[in-house]
Design a protein around this ligand. Sequence first.
Ligand code: NDP
Length: 460
Amino acid sequence: MNPTPQVISNDEKVANEYVNQVFEIVKNRNPYEFEFQQAVKEIFDSLIPLFAKDPIYMKHNILERIVEPERLITFSVPWVDDQGNVQVNRGFRVQFNSALGPYKGGLRFHPSVNSSIIKFLGFEQIFKNALTGQPIGGGKGGSDFNPKGKSDREIMRFTQSFMTELYRYIGPDVDVPAGDIGVGAKEIGYMFGQYKKLRGAFEAGVLTGKSIGFGGSLARKEATGYGLVYFVQEMLKDNGLDFEGATVVVSGSGNVAIYAIEKAQQFGAKVVACSDSNGYIYDPNGLNLDTVKQLKEVEEKRIREYVEIHPGAEYYEGCTGIWSIPCDIALPCATQNEIDAESANTLVVNGVKAVGEGANMPSTIEAAHVLLENGVLYAPGKAANAGGVAVSALEMAQNSMRLSWTFEKVDQKLHEIMHNIYLSSTEAANEYGHPGNLLVGANIAGFKKVAQAMISQGVV
Ligand code: NDP
């Protein structure tokens, strides 16, 4: 892959100046929101070739409009813990852009959640959703509530209180939340129950990621991880490589990581490591996924317990060390900024050939540059992890039709969608002079769809 060429033409200089001006506005309007600024900067830089070639987007000042959320809602979430103490958390929903459809994006429950995190995720979601080709706008939400160590009853009381405020802002044609870190089928179930009670109506399409028994889609649980591997497989094949026989390292051991491991193993890869927020395990013989699932999905234990069951494996404290394990393919599937420039350099020195992002923004801007400049195949999260939201949109379609498709049908559609995202990202990268750079390609392809809809719909 070629590294990103330098900005040279006069048109590119004008575009560069415009982008820098708008970025200054973003920094002034959103001080201290560093994750949001980082996500904006990454997209802005890759749009310069587009603006240089098609100045219409500058004329309509789409950039300054698109960085301003259409609505940002914050609210208090009071609840009572098992000891009878009153607790209060902060709830968020950002309804970022509705040019392509109802707002769509997950809810994250994690102590690190604040408006910067929610806005970075919501901003990325606009372009990711556009790339899927489905009629969905971009949104995101969550709370600084920490579900770890909470009883089921505490989680139920918290989620009910969260929905008691959120319900007035969402609906199947308005805004459709789903899960993310700390929000799985259990939390979605409690929230759906509370929404149903408050509305007095069974509106199945208001939330996605529901259990199969009441409107959930088969293959939604697997979709982000499987979709990531489908996308990376396209990229590998285009470059004469394959998962078959490759050594793979996956960070995280949550929803995305587990199903990325599963599909990579089905494709013949040897996955030797995964992690949680305490540390990582290395199993030179290849991970036993049944054990990982039992520990993380069923027993909700720490990943370190794996080595007690498989003595040939090793456990290490800390999260970043996982990137020092030599591998052909790295799949970061845990959280934002988990690969910095140093980790990226270590991966390069150890001969990594491809990095596919299951998490949102897991590589810092500097890390992404290191990978691209060293010819590593790089699949950015916005494109590579879009399978989850794509199947969420398929869940909405099934709910509207009051039908359920088979696992095979949903999986096949997911595969087609990931193939199309790969094609549109590759084509945009070629068209705008950055062949092989999927970061530039995905950002341009997603942005164009949203920007064209915004222009058609006027200044609203
Ligand atoms: P989960 O909550 O299911 O899992 C997150 C996993 O990452 C857990 O194993 C957690 O460990 C681990 N983790 C958290 N922080 C770190 C860290 N610093 N280093 C190593 N491991 C860490 O979340 P998801 O799998 O749903 O989400 C993972 C990422 O994928 C997020 O960035 C999310 O936004 C993104 N994503 C998710 C989608 C989905 O459909 N779920 C769709 C698209 C993107 P522990 O067990 O200790 O908490």
